[in-house]
Design a protein around this ligand. Structure first.
Ligand SMILES: Nc1nc2c(ncn2[C@@H]2O[C@H](COP(=O)(O)OP(=O)(O)O)[C@@H](O)[C@H]2O)c(=O)[nH]1
Ligand SMILES: [Mg+2]
Length: 293
């Protein structure tokens, strides 16, 4: 059974406010990637609220649970500011979907008419394949890709891309970066350097750092986010692979534990498989609440 269906089934069985029900709910929330501490505190808060207000009906309990989770979650909008140069940098560990998200974001902003001109920057100079991968996306999307040779300085690639955007009158640079394990302090520190270069080269620009987190990694995502957010300010999360996980409670845990807001969710490998994160819609999906009801 899918996670949302299990939550729904459990809530359907509530029939009062037995302790057992709240324990099982806490376990389900742990499975939904909320993390143990948060799951139990949410279940306790729900139990107290249900007892206080005498909530027993499935619909009432569900809405109360949604209200509690909504109080923990955070959403944010990462949008290009008109009339300015915008630089969006994708960060994260290997394989989470950074490069793919660069292409999806470019596609999204262009489709929605939110950017006039977009330049992609191949800031992952660590792997030659990553440069090719971004170049292929650029060809398919009809976007300029600024790249240098494999092994070159990512800061220099970003500098080039920013200059190219200025020269062309493009208003958005979306930059890929090399994946780095959150456990490698040296690589994490190197991020701080890239960040400084962009901040100084793109003075006056709307500079945003997006951290890509794979929704299927569970609580490890928290450790990753903690390491990255400790090195550079993170403006928003891209929660990728929500199509493969269908749990996604990690978004709530990241908001509650690290105050990180989710900006986008990825739902597949295609260019259109990216959407702005809506906490309200996400919770309906997470809890199996029929929207429009
Ligand atoms: N199912 C699914 N796959 C994704 C999503 N985002 C990225 N991927 C896949 O994950 C793999 C790694 O993506 P990539 O962008 O290369 O990750 P990077 O190492 O962080 O740059 C690729 O096969 C992507 O197609 C997503 O939202 N859903
Ligand atoms: Mg990549």
């Amino acid at each position: 059974m899918k996670f949302a269906e299990r939550i729904k089934a459990l809530l359907g069985l509530s029939g009062g406010s037995k302790d057992e029900f709240f324990d099982e709910l806490a376990d389900l929330l742990v499975e939904g990637d909320l993390g143990a501490a948060l799951a139990y505190s949410v279940a306790d808060e729900l139990k107290a609220a249900c007892r206080k207000a005498g909530l027993a009906a499935e619909g009432e309990i569900k809405l109360e649970l949604k209200r509690i989770l909504a109080g923990c979650g955070r959403e944010t909008r990462i949008l290009p500011e008109p009339g300015k140069l915008n630089v969006f940098l994708l960060l994260g560990v290997n394989g989470v979907g950074k490069t793919t998200s660069c292409a999806k974001l470019a596609n999204y902003y262009r489709r929605e008419g939110l950017a006039k001109g977009i330049v992609l920057a191949a800031g992952d100079t660590f792997r030659a394949a990553a440069i090719d991968q971004l170049q292929i996306h650029g060809e398919r999307l009809g976007l300029r890709v600024v790249a240098q040779r494999h092994g070159s300085d990512p800061g220099a690639v970003l500098f080039d891309a920013i200059e190219a955007a200025k020269a062309e009158g493009a208003d958005l640079v979306i930059a890929d970066t090399a994946g780095r394990m959150h456990t490698r302090q040296d690589l994490i520190r190197e991020l701080g350097k890239i960040d400084k270069i962009v901040s100084s080269r793109a003075e006056g620009a709307n500079y945003r750092r997006l951290l890509a987190i794979d929704a299927t990694t569970g609580q490890n995502g928290l450790r990753q986010a903690e390491a990255f957010a400790g090195a550079v300010p993170v403006d928003g999360l891209v929660l990728t692979k929500l199509d493969s996980s269908a749990k996604g409670g990690l978004a709530i845990a990241l908001a509650k534990e690290l105050k990180l807001a989710t900006a986008f969710v990825g739902r597949g490998e295609g260019y259109d498989d990216l959407e702005p994160f809506s906490l309200d819609a996400f919770l309906d999906e997470f809890l199996g609440i029929d929207a429009g009801r």
